[in-house]
Design a protein around this ligand. Structure first.
Ligand SMILES: Nc1nc2c(c(=O)[nH]1)N[C@H]1C(S)=C(S)[C@@H](COP(=O)(O)O)O[C@H]1N2
Ligand SMILES: [Mo]
Length: 201
């Protein structure tokens, strides 16, 4: 999805309908990490699928590359009000992972886990969206350590905190459990177009 955007103007949402309400466009790709950047070697990277599944699964980097690869261009919206436009992501659609596992019928929710201890919750319906990726490239280059190397989640339809960096697993669950920021009061769903910033909104 390529669109022509006036990239040089930083304008608030009232005049620029390209970004969700309350967001400002930045040309940069700011780093937003709580705590330290974990160092994760690509050869040691493993993504574990567990919880409400009939059989657990472990995906390593080679396996990830052997799955069908998808490229997509999406805007990124951080709840701290910056948005950056037109990020080209490359990786595996999360629904590809969901298609090779066998979820228990009661599974509805997921917790995505990361090296370093960060986590965030999403519904399985959200993870099924076709632009949710386990991404290993950004704008044609392998992810840098600060941006989640070797693999991060990208959830374009939600605020940036759902796009977990340095992912190492997904846990499927029957009930909704809050992740790191959600426990601090951020929204369980976090749709920027509905301005779902905080749990009360
Ligand atoms: N593991 C981990 N993932 C994370 C975060 C974090 O602190 N730790 N921050 C989140 C937030 S708040 C945002 S906005 C995006 C920022 O991604 P970037 O640093 O690549 O711009 O990563 C998200 N993923
Ligand atoms: Mo963020």
């Amino acid at each position: 999805m390529l669109r022509k955007l006036k990239k040089s103007t930083a304008v608030p949402n009232e005049v620029n309908l390209e970004v969700p309400p309350g967001q400002f466009i930045t040309q940069k790709f700011p780093v937003l990490t709580y705590g330290q950047t974990p160092v994760v070697n690509q050869d040691k990277w493993v993504f574990k699928v567990f919880g409400s599944v009939n059989e657990e699964l472990e995906v390593d980097f080679k396996t990830l590359l052997s799955l069908p690869q998808t490229q997509l261009n999406r805007d990124f919206h951080c709840v701290t009000q910056w948005s950056n436009l037109d990020n080209l992501w490359e990786g595996v659609q999360f629904k590809e992972i969901l298609s090779i596992i066998n979820l228990k019928p009661e599974a509805r929710h997921a917790m995505v886990h990361c090296y370093g201890g960060y986590n965030t919750n999403l519904t399985i319906d959200t993870l099924m969206e076709s632009d949710v990726l386990l991404a290993h490239k950004h704008n044609g280059e392998p992810l840098t350590p600060e941006h989640g190397s070797p693999v991060r989640l990208v959830v374009p339809s939600r605020y940036g905190w759902k796009s977990a960096k340095w992912v190492n697993g997904v846990e499927f669950m029957e009930t909704e459990q809050p992740g790191f920021w959600e426990k601090m009061g951020y929204h369980n769903n976090g749709n920027p177009w509905k301005e779902q910033r905080y749990q009360s909104s």
